[in-house]
Design a protein around this ligand. Structure first.
Ligand SMILES: NC(=O)c1ccc[n+]([C@@H]2O[C@H](COP(=O)([O-])OP(=O)(O)OC[C@H]3O[C@@H](n4cnc5c(N)ncnc54)[C@H](OP(=O)(O)O)[C@@H]3O)[C@@H](O)[C@H]2O)c1
Length: 216
């Protein structure tokens, strides 16, 4: 049993991660600014509140965890501040020997091996560009972070998010830093199956200090 703390455990990706983690018998804590509606809370998850812009809240979030999963998004008050928050969390995680899993974006992947990451180019639709670049900067921070920080950066498929929730199919494929597609040329994954990939990684520990992508 692992103590898993999900930052943003009430959001789209985060709520799928807390649900999967709990169903597998882990001890799960969620941090967000507000509590979810009572009828949407996952029974058995400890929901804590506070803004992760607050250093005391970050301390509380890291204390007592074996793994932190950051599913914070660079929106609202975290727009323009996600790099600062995730960097501070990375420092704390290294200090306390806690593993850090960060959920980022599809655009941090490359089209081809050795090529630029999509977020580094000009082809991202304008509505996604700022979020894509900020999460890509978080990845750059992790890539530059010295040992002993134990991190994994998870990029979902292109079709992922609350607007395309999809179904739980109980399967996924893992890739590295190059985007991949299914036999129909589609890059997609449901929240539930993305969470499955994350909890499998937490249990197996197959990857360390690398970017991983999960899609069908
Ligand atoms: N296809 C793609 O590439 C794709 C698509 C979607 C998302 N993503 C990425 O996936 C990650 C998660 O996105 P998401 O859509 O799941 O996010 P989301 O639904 O917006 O959830 C964000 C979570 O963070 C919490 N939160 C926000 N500000 C906070 C603060 N200051 N302190 C503490 N908690 C805070 C929210 O709860 P409160 O508001 O109550 O605090 C919520 O639980 C992001 O990195 C995003 O860029 C990628």
């Amino acid at each position: 049993m692992t103590r898993i703390t999900v930052l943003g455990g009430t959001g789209y990706a985060g709520s799928a991660v807390v649900r999967e983690a709990l169903s597998r018998g882990h001890t799960v804590t969620s941090f967000s600014r507000s509590l979810p509606e009572r009828d949407t809370r996952v029974k058995g998850v400890t929901y804590k509140t506070g803004s992760l812009l607050d250093p005391d809240v970050r301390d509380r979030a890291v204390e007592g965890a074996d793994v932190i999963v950051s599913t914070l998004s660079p929106r609202g008050e975290l727009d323009g501040r996600i790099v600062e928050v995730d960097s501070a969390l990375a420092d704390l995680a290294a200090q306390h020997g806690v593993r850090l899993v960060v959920v980022g974006g599809f655009s941090s992947l490359r089209i081809e091996a050795g090529g630029p990451r999509m977020a580094e180019g000009d082809d991202i639709p304008p509505q996604f560009a700022s979020e894509a670049r900020q999460m890509n900067e978080v990845l750059s921070v992790l890539l530059a972070a010295p040992e002993p920080l134990d991190w994994v950066f998870f990029s979902p498929a292109a079709q992922f998010g609350s607007y395309v929730p999809g179904d739980a199919l109980g399967r996924y494929r893992l890739g590295g830093d190059v985007a991949f597609y299914d036999e129909a040329g589609v890059s997609a994954i449901s929240g539930a199956d993305f969470a499955l990939a994350i909890i499998d990684e937490i249990e197996r520990g197959d990857h360390r200090r690398v970017q991983v992508s999960a899609a069908y």
